[in-house]
Design a protein around this ligand. Structure first.
Ligand code: ATP
Length: 317
């Protein structure tokens, strides 16, 4: 059996299925991101993994030991598996160093002291050790919250959208810093998020969850090039339906714009984006509206263009 193993775990609330039978095997030190829209069952799954939620069926094992749920264990949860979410709690009247040492009250004093020093170094918070939470930025507060969870040296860290209160630049920086910290500690990490970009900053090992079901597992390249469903395909870009087909689609970046040969269309809208212009086209014959990338910024609203593509780029979903 793998280091962390989830076997056919499922859960319903009031006869509504939140999680269909879900299985997963992770090795020690592995990083995994679970991506899914709101309500797809991500938090339910993490809470079951952490022993904080009673599942209807299935089992979770860490190092061959069963993780017991709140019905089976008096004090629910485990020091070895820490769940970190957005609504972090810091002690407002305690400094950064005191916040980090609070979970270590029952540990030997010397050990606790060294552990806090290690965490301050790992998290780049040494200059802030004597500050109070109100004197910190949102990103620094979140780092202290993550540090609190890491103080007891968990084997597994479950991140439940912990960065959603931060802006995207803070999130990018924090995710890459945390990645180094987790690597240095050898921690196994599962990160759930609705944002594929955030997920990819941590790892390329992805699971896509939709309506409580695992729809696809793989690297970003595999999921982008061979998505199994429209939902997976749309995580990477909009998709355009080919005329006169039932389920064939093409991505805006895979379309070529020409002044001759192809499907005739008119440019109805153009947006200037960082790396290309995003055009909206109306196809003459079918009337379909398509999105097309124009990396050369060549076309303008009202232009006539011809669109073509490579058959290998067509996705049948
Ligand atoms: N305690 C509960 N009682 C009843 N229904 C619940 C409960 N917790 C979750 N659900 C339902 O289960 C489904 C999955 O919820 P869950 O919170 O796991 O999804 P999620 O992917 O984490 O969503 P979000 O990203 O919005 O947090 C949702 O339909 C939700 O309404």
């Amino acid at each position: 059996m793998s280091y962390f193993s989830i076997s056919n775990v499922s859960k319903s609330y009031d006869n509504q299925t939140a999680l269909h039978p879900f299985s997963l095997e992770l090795e020690k030190g592995e990083f995994l991101a679970i991506v899914g829209e709101s309500g797809s069952g991500k938090s339910t799954l993490l809470r079951i993994m952490a022993g904080l939620e009673v599942q209807d069926a299935g089992e979770v094992f860490l190092d061959d030991e069963p993780i017991l749920n709140p019905k089976q264990k008096i004090v629910s949860g485990y020091d070895e598996i820490r769940l970190i979410h957005q609504n972090f709690h810091l002690y407002p009247n305690s400094t950064v160093a005191e916040n980090l040492s609070r979970p270590l009250l029952h540990y030997e004093r010397e050990y606790a002291k060294n552990r806090v020093e290690d965490l301050l170094r790992l998290l780049g918070l040494r200059d802030y050790r004597d500050r109070y939470p109100y004197q910190l930025s949102g990103g620094q507060k979140q780092k202290v919250a993550i540090g609190k969870a890491l103080s007891v040296e968990p084997e597994i860290v479950l991140l439940d959208e912990p960065f959603s209160s931060l802006d995207s630049i803070q999130t990018q920086r924090l995710v890459s810093e945390m990645k180094d910290t987790f690597r240095e500690m050898g921690t196994t990490v599962i990160f759930v998020t609705h944002d594929l970009d955030d997920a990819l900053r941590l790892t390329d090992n992805l699971i896509i969850l939709q309506n409580g079901k695992l729809v696809q597992k793989g690297s970003s390249k595999e999921l982008c090039e061979r998505p199994k469903t429209k939902y997976v395909a749309r995580l990477f870009s909009p998709i355009n339906k080919l005329p006169d087909t039932k389920n064939s689609y093409i991505r805006p970046a895979d379309l070529k714009l020409r002044t001759k040969t192809g499907l005739l269309a008119h440019v109805t809208d153009s947006r200037f984006l960082v790396h290309f212009n995003s055009l909206q086209l109306r196809l003459k014959e079918s009337g379909l509206i398509w999105e097309v990338d124009d990396p050369q910024r060549k076309y303008e609203v009202g232009d006539r263009v011809y669109v073509s593509w490579d058959e290998v780029k067509v996705m049948n979903l």
